[in-house]
Design a protein around this ligand. Sequence first.
Ligand code: SAM
Ligand code: SF4
Ligand code: SF4
Length: 346
Amino acid sequence: MNAQPGAPLLDARARPLHDLRISVTDRCNFRCVYCMPKEIFGRDFQFRERSELLSFEEIERLARIAVALGVRKLRLTGGEPLLRRGIVDLVARLSALKTLDGNPVDLAMTTNGSALPVMAGQLKAAGLQRVTISLDSLDDARFKAINDVNFPVSRVLQAIEAAEAAGLGPVKINTVLKRGVNDDEILALAEHFRGTGQVLRFIEFMDVGTTNGWNLDAVVPSGEVVSRINERWALEPVTKTEPGETANRWRYTDGSGEIGVISSVTNAFCGNCSRARVSAEGQLYTCLFAGSGYDLRALLRGGADDQQLADALSGHWRKRDDNYSELRAALTPGKRTRIEMSYIGG
Ligand code: SAM
Ligand code: SF4
Ligand code: SF4
């Protein structure tokens, strides 16, 4: 089942499989307007039943097989991953996995932070290494309008502190920028996190799914973000340490740390994309913008052995030629079915 030494698993564009993002739930306690708008994800929305979700045994088994094929990084996401009951147990199971070169797998989580003040210590003890926490505004009224559940900024800041105190840092902060919504806060956000050791990452608003009303005018190009910050505090580029890294990194020349920009729209990074995703119900996606997945749960529950699962995973990866972001400009909006961010997990 192991990838042969010297013969890494490569897709049709010669990209290795190094990262696996695992969504553990499609539910969330926030209703961020760009991700789970209330008009769609309201009281009547049918989330998956618990029995439809992969069990921890199933997730662990898939992760073990993926790691044996060359995956080095696992990231738990959602929906809101901390809402999944028993998540600490899943972290403990996954943190025990070893990569092909015998090192512990790199295990991280993306979260809205709401449960971190209570859970950060347990997650660290179970083997979680790092967290990325989402925060789109420092202005309370605005942040509440974005998350649409009245969640205050102060509680996300507490979550960041709790994560740092528990040893889950340096914390990365994800900020999705939307023109006319929070692009006037670029400098305020940069100033807040400068000198803290925390790494603020500005994400271009993406056309994920079909419910978030995306249009190109709402995207704030990363180039603009970097030049606005650079006018105030000089920045210089940092060389990427990992080829599959999504963020372009910039450091303050005065030593106050670094920022990242994720330019999925204006500067697609498909050429280095080494990431596969598994949804909460076990669909495998080889691209964030995939229209359909491959049903790993059917294999898991149909009695497939590890070899068959490894063959399915590697077979799909070998065929993969996704480069949606590179093609975006040429595609006609609205002509394609896309899965939702809250389902696939970002
Ligand atoms: N609930 C967790 C959170 O918010 O961190 C994890 C899941 S969330 C889908 C993962 C990341 O995707 C978040 O940082 C969120 O801001 C980002 N995101 C969601 N919709 C997006 C969109 N349309 N464009 C860009 N980023 C988006
Ligand atoms: Fe929930 Fe995260 Fe989506 Fe916001 S971005 S609605 S916190 S899944
Ligand atoms: Fe990877 Fe697809 Fe995003 Fe390109 S569009 S970077 S292939 S997930």
